[in-house]
Structure formats: structure tokens, C-alpha cells
Design a protein around this ligand. Sequence first.
Ligand SMILES: [Zn+2]
Length: 533
Amino acid sequence: MRLTLSIKAILNCFLIVPLTSIAQIQKVSQKLFDTIKLKEHVVTLASDSFQGRKPFTVGETRTVDYLVNQLTEIGVEPANNKSYLQPVTIVQTNYVSRTIDVQSRSGSLILENPKDYAIWTHNEDTMALLKNIPVVFVGYGLVAPEYKRNDYANVNVRGKIVLLLVNEEDQAGSFLQKGKPLTRYEQTEYKIAEAARQGALAFFLIFGRNSLPFPFEMLQEHSSGETIHRDRAEPAIGGGISREAFHKLLKASDMDSNIYMNASYSDFKPIELSLNFSTSIIAKSKYKTSSNVFGKITGSKYPDDVIVYSAHWDHLGIGKPDEKGDSIYNGANDNALGVAVILELARAFKNLKIKPARTIVFVFFTCEETRTPGSIWYVQHPVSSLKKTVANLNIDGFNRFGRTKDIVIHGTGNSTLEDDITVEVKKQGRYVSPDDPKDGFYFRSDQIRFANAGVPALFFSRGTDYINGGVAYEKTVKEKYWGYHTPNDQFNEGWRFDGTVEDMELLFNVGLRLANNRVWPQWKPQSQFRSIR
Ligand SMILES: [Zn+2]
């Protein structure tokens, strides 16, 4: 009886019956969310027939059709007049050849593509040529007055090429914040835009094997063959080089390879290398259209106030085969599961007896795996103005290993949305684990586009303290079931949805609370995003 009442209470708007026992919540979540549907979505979206859901392939057509059918069936309204699609214009560049020639005092130095470097352009010309351009190492390429930091001080890089380190961490974590979380200055986009503001003709990011946001190997793979991008404020030519290649350049300039070490110190000074680069790129670019897919439930009282739930639908497609010869990157966790979760959250909201007071948008972004042009586009063309956008709740991967005692929120300490979800977590008798301040995950998926635009954004992640197996089980998970960005990210019958629905309930309740309130989530005083709102 009590259980029935609880479900009714949930369906009727507010979760007012305190839920204390985990067993009880378990049952409630499973009633609220259909685990069979969740599984169906994942199995379909991550099947070989969807070919890894790569934009501009048959995988996109199948995925987008599936999402439109599901949103129609669930019965939420199209968010773009009569359409569930938001067309996103993207530039796709295919390369014929790309080379860098390095001239040092002692002659020319051979760098090999793709072993030593990756290079790309967003010029739509078929040729991008630079001849004998001086090169400056600008450390981490930061201009951050609040941290009294200017890596471009006393140097003019106008008309030159800059080399800069990715990220902003050393062994101790963020050096800007002395071991505390990474700052928004660690974003590659920020660094590239800064290089453009400084007038650089081209930039090369220096990657290590373990560097964030990803290792050099991944950059090589992602930029081979084609690149996908949007017009933005950045130098026409960009690229990355490996640490090993950077060492070669330093050696050729008679410099100590330890100048890295100094780059994190505030008294770091940019260094002009005694060499020149010439680049040649032959490429064909064209404008193409991909799609974000979105539906909405219009708010009954405050239709202009919008809460955005999101997950990206795209993945890596067909690529380098693994040792078993599998070349389809199914992306079952990344992010078929996230998509499944948002679809079923949409259904739960649609099933509410009383419509939410504010509008709720459910959006599936394109091209997250290629520098997030889908969410950049959405933020530039939102359903309601960003001032009226209450919050973004984004997921990228989700729990599939069973129930956990905890959950992790990335980018801790940024917004009051974390307090909202903490209340819900406690109601479930669970706890919030701190994220690793060094992980930087907050900067790595679509939520960052909302945060950069000032909209409070929550990036929710699974817990690691399992009811069966505790934190030790996380190790097994990582060793046995991890397939991040490999063909091994596949659905298997070992997946468990009991933890999935329990976590979904948290997201549901946070959204519901925001939707039936006129509260505006805030950036916390210490948050670096506060000044933007
Ligand atoms: Zn992802």
C-alpha cells in the first residue's frame, strides 16, 4: 500500500513521501523506469547494424531515425516547430596530403606524419601553405589575470607559430589552483582561441602519452583522414605534436629538454626556438549537415523557463580493428546507455499526471566525439534564451555494473545543482563521493558548452562503491569490462540495470524539483563560471 502511494506521489509531481529503505527505492525506481526498454535501446543503438553511430554515415541515419521514432512513440513534442531535428552545420575536411618541414640552423629536420605530428586546417581553400615561419614555445599558453598569469608576456607571436602544452596540470594537480580542480583555462578551445587573439598563424599542441584531454595517439587517430569542425575563432592551421617530436625540436634549437618543467611556474617566459616551420596541406572541405535530435514537454506555467537533459548520440564509427579483428566501435556505454537513460527519463516525465510547470527539453547531441559542435550549436540556437535556460543535466556513459552506495559528480564545487542532487542522494540512503580534482571530466563532454555560456550544468557520473563488492569491485570493472573508445565498448548480458534505474531516479527528482519551482540554480561564489552568468 505504502509503495503504491509512493509511486502515485511521484507520478503526481513531487516526491513527498520520504523514502528511506533502499529496497523500497529499488522497487519504486523499477516501476518508474522500464529496464526492458532501457536494455532494448542499448542493444539496438550499440548493435553492429548501427555501425558505431558515426555522423555522416548510415550509422547517423539509423540512429536519428530511431530517436525520432522513440520520441514520437513516447509522445513528447518536437522541439523545433514540427520537427524533432535541429540541423547542425559542420565543416568536414578530407585530406590529400599534409606535411611540415622544419628548418633549423643545422639544416632540415624530418618530422613524420602521423608518428610525430597531426595537422589540420579549417580553411576551405584546398591548400594551406605557410613558408618559413618562426616558432615560439609559449608554455601552457595561458592568459589568466586572476591567477596573475600571462604566458604571452614580453613576446609578440603575431605572424608566428606557437607551440603550447595541453592541459594545466603538473604532478600535484592544477598548478593555477595549487592542487585544486583544474580551471576552465585547461580547455584546448580556450588555448586555441587565445593563440588566435594573440595573432598566431598556427598552433601546435604538445601531447604526452598520458596527457589530458587525451593522449597523442588518440589525436592521431581522430585527425587521420578527416576532421569535423565548426567555424570558430582559431588560427587557420592547427595541429598536435608528440613530446618526443618536441624534444627533437628543442635539441635542434640547442635547448634543454627540461624547459617543460619551468612552464608551470608563474615566472615562465616564452621561448623563441631557433627554427622555422613550413607547412603544406592539400585538402577538400565541404559544409555538411548533421542533426541534434530533441523533444520537449512544454511547461504548464512557465513555458519559457527550460531545463535541458542531454546525452550525445554519436560515437566513433568503424575504425582500427582490435586484436580480435573487430572494427566496429559500438559505444554501448559511450553513449548508447546515456541516450537510453534520457529517452526513459522523457517517458517518465511524459507519464506524470500533472505537467511540469517549466519546460523540459530532452536533447541528443551530434558530434560530441569530435569537439562537440552539436552542443556548441545548441547553445547558439537554444529552445529558450540562455537567460531562461535553468540548467543542463548531461550524461555521458552511465552505471551498468549494479547498485552503488555512492555517486560521483564531476566538476565538484561549481553550482548549487550539486546540492540539489546531494539531497536526493541522501534520501536514497547513499552518499556523494568527491571527484578526482585532476580528472577534468567536467571539461570533456557537452555540459561544458553550457557552463562556458554561464548556464549551470551538472555532469553526473556513476558511483564506484558497489553494494556487492564495495570499492574493490571497481577495480574488476576497470580491468574486465572497460572498453573506453575501443571496439570492446559493447553490450553484454552481464549488464545490470538495477543500479541504472536507481541513479536515474536521482536525475529525475532533481529535474522535477527544478521544473516545479521558480528556483534558479546558481554558480557557487568560488566557481570560475560565475562571472559569465
Ligand atoms: Zn561520450
